[in-house]
Write a protein that binds this ligand. Structure first.
Ligand code: ZN
Length: 202
């Protein structure tokens, strides 16, 4: 399986990192080795000085598709979830400056936290609330209505380049409020009021 990630999909997050608003979605991949095994803490990698949390809505692809039209994209997923795209922000800034690929900053082992999935039928996907709680305070509070590109548009866009396969996961971008994690932090993800992951930082 593969993980397809979207960058800069929420205007206020683009502002907080002083990025330009893209004309088309920013896309990058994480390998399956990036997935943090369930129930494992996240160990800050020895090379990293500034690991940031990015909480994101996840979409799990349920069948093969290529050149999917946005109006049929809803047939390609039944479940949505919440996860974290851990990012070595300092390294990402250096790579961005030089125009180099982001993988070392975004695709390292453990950088993809994947919480529990829920049937999409339970939710209004265009008005989906989600939060990241760090040590009992809400640090990121998002709603999918603030996405620049909606889930179905993202599926249409990325499937032009990558054949989507059953089990692939799309990270749909983070809202504002990203920040650094430190050892002993606790991160809890909430999707429409329900806890979908609970993670220790080591
Ligand atoms: Zn992200």
């Amino acid at each position: 399986m593969k993980i397809i990630c979207i960058g800069r999909n929420y205007a206020k997050h683009i502002e907080e990192l002083e990025n330009e608003r893209p004309e088309t979605p920013v896309v990058f991949l994480k390998p399956d080795s990036a997935i943090l095994p369930k129930k494992m803490p996240f160990f800050i990698p020895p090379f990293a000085n500034s690991i940031h949390h990015e909480v994101e809505v996840l979409v799990k692809i349920n069948k093969v598709g290529k050149y999917i039209d946005a109006k049929f994209a809803h047939k390609y997923y039944d479940e949505v979830g919440l996860g974290i795209d851990f990012t070595d922000r300092e390294m990402q800034s250096k790579l961005k400056e030089k125009g180099l690929p982001w993988e070392k900053a975004k695709a390292f082992d453990g950088s993809a936290v994947i919480g529990e999935f829920h049937a999409k039928a339970k939710f209004d996907l265009e008005n989906l609330n989600f939060q990241l709680i760090k040590n009992d305070s809400v640090v990121q509070d998002g709603n999918t209505k603030s996405m620049l590109w909606k889930i179905d548009e993202l599926i249409a866009y990325v499937s032009q380049y990558f054949t989507l396969k059953k089990g692939d996961i799309i990270f749909t971008g983070t809202p504002e409020g990203v920040g650094k994690v430190e050892p002993n932090d606790n991160l809890v993800g909430i999707l429409e009021g329900e806890k979908v992951f609970d993670l220790k930082i080591k």
